[in-house]
Structure formats: structure tokens, C-alpha cells
Design a protein around this ligand. Sequence first.
Ligand code: ZN
Length: 161
Amino acid sequence: MICSKCGEEHPLEEMELTFRRPDDVAKLSAEERARLVQENNDLCVIDGMRFFIRALLPLPVESRDIPYCIGLWVEVTQATFARVYDLWDSDEQVLQKPFAAQIANEIPTADGSLGLRAEMRLTGPTTRPDVILQPSQHQLYVEQANGIDEHRAAEFSALFA
Ligand SMILES: [Zn+2]
């Protein structure tokens, strides 16, 4: 299907925008990172003080059954981190109430995504948590609440490179 905004095609299988690490980890030197950071592809701790979890920010897309998901990191409290760690392999995740979290990546086209307040919801032992932004005037909140079009999804994917 040809996009009415730009005249291009936006293939569904295009890679979704993904951040490999929280911004505050990515900007450390290799030496600092080796000394201070405990990390894997799902969890990350800086100096035993700051706690991060990898999650998905779903954006509904008109004309699609499944949302466009930005892969990003959220910062949580130590207590939340410990609770999520305890529930990591548990089916009881679905019973857990959402946790308060803050966006830990700056999405280049969405003005000031770093630090946005959100809820993180566990979705099951084999899937990443979902992030739902707290209501605000922010562009990204409006896009999550109202949905985006294929063209906007392609703009996010283009940030990947
Ligand atoms: Zn387009």
C-alpha cells in the first residue's frame, strides 16, 4: 500500500526502533561501564544505585492489528526492580499491579522523552513489560493514546540506523 503522505511504501516487517541500553549507561566510558554496570539484555544496574528494565512502548497503528512497539528502557526503584526480579519466571506476573517507571531513553523525534513518567506492566514470563505513559501534553503520550499512522511508524524505524 502506498503512503498518502510521502508516496512510499512502508513495509510492515520494517525493524522497530530499539534502544540497546539506557542512555545513562550508553554514555559511560568503557572503563566506567566495566567497573560500575551490571547488565544483560533485560536488566541493568548502575553502581548498585540505579535500576533499569527493558520494556516495550506500544503505539497503536491505524490499519494494523498489532501495535508498533518501541524497545526502550525504564528506570525504576530498587524495590520495583527486586519485585520484578522475583517474578521474572512466574505466571503470577499477570496478578501484579503496574509499577511506576520513568523513560530512560531519549527518542530523537519525540521532544524530551527522557524522564517521562509511565506505568510499567508485566505481561508474562516470556514477554517484555509494556510501558504506558502518564497523561500529559507530550507528543509521545498523545501518539500512544490516539495512535499513529504507517508513515509515523516508518519515521521511528528510520531512527534505528
Ligand atoms: Zn509515508
